[in-house]
Design a protein around this ligand. Structure first.
Ligand SMILES: [Zn+2]
Length: 464
């Protein structure tokens, strides 16, 4: 049996004084400076004794460790708890997008507490080889090869462990990608890359990799996995969005959304909740006042998302066709406002003066489109917070630059269309540079393992 199954068998459904291990472990994972028993008991509304009992079993399993005691005041020193950085490791692999299809894999190895596994320094990159199309089988073979190399890295580091009785174990591997992923069954329903990956549809990547590699593999959509990571380690963001929030992330090629309610990531029917990028908004944007009005819109001017089919008349312009960096660049190119290629085009456009009206308008419309998506979340679910990850060029604060129009469009749309009077203090915008976002996706993939573990443990409480 692998380590994942061992832990689930030991802890699944066990309840100590009404407290499940899933709740205790989550509380320890989330805790900031001093995760001491007393604070945890207060948070979980149980006695410190109940926490101690629940922690005991988790400690026996090597999941929880006691840190250096701290003496805050005279008396017994407090002993902070954390999830183990070393007894278990988790592999995370993100399938990273290129312009039209995935370009590479990014892999990482972390401990349960989210820190890099001892001796593993930086995320590793694997360039995907493809023929004309990257078929599902070709991708699986490359994932297999890459994850095997990460497992070998882990085994090398683990064999060097001084104490052979307490040698680390690999808890599992998480995999994320852009698209519709059935998290429960590890099946990729469809991807965010359109036709070039059509052949991936309904492939059971999770079970197939699990069978080949002999470790538990958990798959999810990229943004849902970012939500899992934020939920289990809010301190990475220096700001805890609490138990009820929506996360929206604008990645190069699209816009994704995820929901966390009552401390769990909610994926909706068939894992399709939070499709923030695929709300039709072309009609809203066409109706926006345009003082220049040099080129009135015709239906042909509406930019389309890869999932729309103009020939069937279903193309209305989805959010991500306006709001994603690649879409903004494509629109600017089509209007001959910029040329060339490269990762800096968005930053170049964003840094144009605000007076460059054609460029500003594209940014403004992108912001309105994203705002419409956020308004949908507010009006239907009214989450406590909305966390928004944006590339720096779209989080531009300087009013004299064109890129700031994105923020303007976003806040204007929310102010006009959200039923909640003032949402501004519940919208947390994080500017995340591209390279950092990719590393974050790999770490988030690893967090899928812990998220899955806690879900499995929480199932079927058997009571004691
Ligand atoms: Zn779409």
């Amino acid at each position: 049996m692998d380590a994942f199954d061992d832990v689930v068998t030991a802890l699944a459904g066990s309840v100590v004084h009404g407290l499940t291990h899933a709740r205790v472990l989550r509380a320890i994972a989330r805790h900031t400076a001093a995760g001491v028993r007393r604070d945890l008991a207060q948070e979980l509304q149980v006695s410190p004794g109940a926490v101690s009992k629940a922690v005991l079993l988790a400690k026996e399993q090597g999941l929880v460790e006691e840190r250096e005691p701290v003496a805050l005041r005279p008396g017994r020193p407090l002993v902070p708890l954390s999830l183990s950085p070393a007894r278990y490791a988790m592999i995370g692999v993100a399938i990273i997008a290129g312009a039209e299809r995935p370009s590479h894999l990014l892999g990482t190895l972390i401990g349960l507490d989210g820190t890099p596994f001892d001796g593993f320094k930086h995320p590793r990159k694997y360039d995907l080889k493809d023929d004309d199309d990257l078929s599902g089988t070709l991708l699986l073979n490359q994932l297999d090869e890459f994850i095997r190399s990460l497992i070998a890295d882990f085994e090398g580091l683990s064999m060097a462990w001084p104490d052979s009785d307490r040698r680390p174990r690999l808890l599992g591997c998480g995999l994320n990608l852009s698209g519709h992923v059935d998290h429960d069954n590890g099946i990729v329903r469809s991807t965010g890359w359109g036709e070039s990956t059509d052949e991936w549809a309904n492939r059971d990547f999770g079970p197939e990799l699990q069978k080949r590699l002999g470790v538990t593999v958990t798959c999810d959509n990229d943004v849902s996995s970012l939500a899992v990571r934020l939920n289990l380690r809010p301190r990475e963001e220096n700001e805890d969005p609490g138990d009820n929030y929506a996360l929206l992330s604008v990645l190069d090629y699209g816009v994704g959304g995820a929901l966390v309610f009552h401390d769990r990531t909610r994926r909706g029917y068939d894992s399709m909740a939070g499709e923030a990028g695929h709300i039709p908004v072309g009609h809203v944007i066409q109706a926006q006042p345009d003082d220049d009005n040099e080129q009135p819109w015709t239906p042909d001017d509406v930019p389309h998302c890869h999932c729309e089919d103009p020939e069937e008349g279903s193309a209305r312009g989805h959010v991500q066709a306006f709001a994603a960096p690649d879409s903004i660049i494509a629109r600017a190119k089509a209007m001959q406002l910029v040329e060339g290629a490269g990762p800096d085009l968005l930053a170049q456009l964003s840094a144009r003066p605000r007076a460059d009206r054609a460029v500003s308008r594209i940014f403004y419309q992108g912001g309105v489109a994203l705002g419409r998506s956020i308004v949908s979340a507010i009006n239907w679910i009214n989450p406590g917070q909305i966390v928004l990850y944006l590339p720096p060029a779209l989080a531009e604060k300087n009013h004299y630059l064109a890129g700031n129009s994105y923020q303007l469009g976003l806040t204007t749309e929310i102010a006009q269309s959200a039923f909640s009077v003032d949402y501004s203090d519940r919208l947390i915008t994080k500017s995340v540079p591209e390279g950092e976002m990719k590393e974050r996706l790999a770490a988030a993939a690893a967090y899928l393992v812990l998220g899955n573990l806690l879900e499995k443990i929480a199932e079927h409480p058997r009571g004691r």
